[in-house]
Design a protein around this ligand. Sequence first.
Ligand SMILES: [Fe+2]
Ligand SMILES: [Fe+2]
Length: 205
Amino acid sequence: MENVKFTQMKDGDKADYDFLTEHEIEHTKGTADRLLKALVELDEGLSGYKITRLGHSLQSATRAWNAGADIDWVVSALLHDIGDIFAPYNHDEYAATILKPFVREQCRWVVEKHGDFQLVYYGEHVGANPNKRDAYAGHEFFNDCAEFCENWDQSSFDPAYETKPIEFFAPMVQQVFAREPYDEMVMNAAPPPLADNTVALSPAA
Ligand SMILES: [Fe+2]
Ligand SMILES: [Fe+2]
């Protein structure tokens, strides 16, 4: 069988869907490679900063790595802006959706909300509410997101920072996306502090 027999999904039989499931499994094995390729393509987008989007992503991940953060954090930092390619108005949610089946909920939440939290640094200059993050005050991952943005995101536009290449992070991306998707043990893992030597911010009110 090279293709399914049906032209409408409702006409498919078990053999068709077994065949498709096999294909899907093969396809999902390539997720990490596709993400890494997309990250390189980020380089083509969004000019004006002192470094490219890829440079920013690598620098964020490098800072997380240098701070001693675990693999969930490093991969989340690397991919946190990957949504810029197709979802410039909700790039944070887009990246969080990609990460959701494979990382701790703490990291997923932080990636999903980082756009709102970043506004504290520039909202006033673009007519947006800098305090948008206040809507999440009291959330269990509020401080993680504030620290993620302060230490790894807003700070990672520095061409002079010694940033690791994509090859350094590729095995980590492969490892995370080779996990069993929606593994409760991963998703509900107890959230550790952001990183041992990341500058902690004062708790939110
Ligand atoms: Fe972002
Ligand atoms: Fe970013």
